[in-house]
Write a protein that binds this ligand. Structure first.
Ligand code: SF4
Length: 331
C-alpha cells in the first residue's frame, strides 16, 4: 500500500472541498476502498473520511416514502421495519450481499459506488481500460464467465457488482447529493454510466460531489417487490444473475411493473422492454417468460458467459412468480 494523507471531515462543506482536489477520494465503511488500496488498484493522495457526517438516518417521508441517509449501514437498512414492510426487494437484496460482517460496515453511499469485481481490474499486471484508460481490456479475449451480456462495449464488459443498486433501480429511487454549487437529485437509473469508450467513468457524479440520501418514493408496486439472486454458492458471492421486480395488480391485471437485473449488465439494469410486455395483462407464467425473453433480447455473449442469458431469464420468471405468490410450472 502506498502512503496517502487522511482527513476525517467534520462537516459536508469541508468534505466536499477536500474531495474536490485532484487525487482525493471519499471513504466511508471502507469495504471497497481499503481492499483496492491494499492491492494497489487505488492510489489516492488523500482519503476524506465522511463517517463523521450527519447522514445516517432512516425515516419516513411525509409523502409515504422513506429517506435513507447515505451513511446508513447496509445491515441497519435491511433490518429496518419501514424497509421490510414497504420495500421488501431492498431488504432482500441487501441481505443477499456480502457477509454479515461486511454489511455491518458497508454504507449505502459506498454500496452505490461499488467497484467491479472483474478479476483483471483487480490485477495490476493485466490490461484494464477501467483502471488505466487506453490500456486495453484483458477480459474481451480472456476468461469472461462472470462478465456482462448487456450494456457492454469493445472497451469493457465488466458487470456492476451491487445487489442493492438493482433493487433501487426497480424501486425508482432518487439520489440526493450536495456539491459546492448546490444540491441536486439524480434518478437512480441515471446515476451509473455505461462503459462506452470510457469505462473509467462509472457515474455522473462530479469530483467532490457528496451523496447525502437515497429517497424511496411511495409506490403501489413496491410492497409486492422481491429480489432473486443466483450465485455459485449460497453466501458471500456475487450474482451470476439477479432480478428485482415489483408489481401493481389491479382487477386481475398488472397495472404497472418494474424489472431490474444484476450480474448480467455493466450497470444496474432497468429492463423496460420486460415491463412493457407485462403492463396491462393478467399475470401468468407464459407472460413472464415472454417478458424475460424481451429483457435479454439485446444480449451480447461470449463463450464463457452465454449461459447467463437463460439463467437471467429464469431468474426473472422466478422473481415475478414470487411477487404474485405463484409457483413455477415446469413442463
Ligand atoms: Fe477492465 Fe472492464 Fe476489461 Fe475488466 S472488463 S479488464 S474492468 S476494461
Amino acid at each position: 500500500m502506498r502512503p496517502f494523507s487522511y482527513l476525517r471531515a467534520a462537516d459536508d462543506d469541508r468534505a466536499m472541498r477536500a474531495a474536490s482536489e485532484p487525487g482525493a477520494m471519499f471513504v466511508a465503511g471502507g469495504t471497497t476502498v481499503v481492499d483496492l488500496l491494499r492491492i494497489d488498484v487505488l492510489r489516492p493522495a488523500l482519503l476524506v473520511d465522511v463517517t463523521g457526517l450527519q447522514h445516517g438516518g432512516i425515516e419516513a417521508t411525509p409523502s409515504g416514502g422513506v429517506r435513507i441517509g447515505a451513511l446508513a449501514r447496509n445491515s441497519d437498512v435491511a433490518d429496518h421495519p419501514l424497509i421490510r414492510e414497504r420495500y421488501p426487494a431492498l431488504a432482500e437484496a441487501l441481505e443477499s450481499g456480502a457477509s454479515p460482517q461486511l454489511r455491518n460496515m458497508a454504507t449505502v453511499g459506498g454500496n452505490l459506488l461499488q467497484r467491479t469485481r472483474c478479476p483483471y481490474f483487480r490485477d495490476v499486471g493485466a490490461p484494464c481500460n477501467k483502471r488505466v484508460p487506453g490500456m486495453g481490456c484483458a477480459a474481451v479475449d480472456g476468461y469472461a464467465r462472470s462478465h456482462a451480456v448487456l450494456g457492454t462495449s469493445d472497451a469493457c464488459i465488466a458487470t456492476h457488482p451491487s445487489d442493492m443498486c438493482v433493487a433501487l433501480v426497480a424501486l425508482d429511487a432518487i439520489i440526493h447529493t450536495r456539491r459546492v454549487t448546490g444540491e441536486r437529485t439524480i434518478a437512480m437509473t441515471d446515476l451509473h454510466a455505461l462503459p462506452g469508450a470510457r469505462p473509467e467513468v462509472e457515474h455522473v457524479l462530479e469530483r467532490g460531489e457528496l451523496i447525502t440520501d437515497v429517497e424511496l418514493p411511495a409506490s403501489a408496486f413496491a410492497k409486492a417487490s422481491c429480489y432473486e439472486k443466483v450465485r455459485d454458492r449460497a453466501e458471500f458471492a456475487f450474482a451470476l444473475a439477479s432480478a428485482a421486480v415489483g408489481l401493481e395488480l389491479t382487477g386481475g391485471t398488472i397495472a404497472q411493473a418494474r424489472v431490474a437485473l444484476g450480474g448480467v449488465a455493466t450497470k444496474p439494469w432497468r429492463a423496460r422492454e420486460a415491463e412493457a410486455v407485462l403492463a396491462g395483462k393478467p399475470p401468468a407464467q407464459a407472460l413472464f417468460e415472454r417478458a424475460a425473453a424481451a429483457a435479454l433480447a439485446g444480449a451480447v455473449t461470449r463463450p464463457d458467459n452465454a449461459f447467463k442469458v437463460e439463467l437471467a431469464k429464469r431468474t426473472i420468471v422466478r422473481a415475478l412468480l414470487r411477487a404474485t405468490g405463484a409457483k413455477a410450472v415446469h413442463p
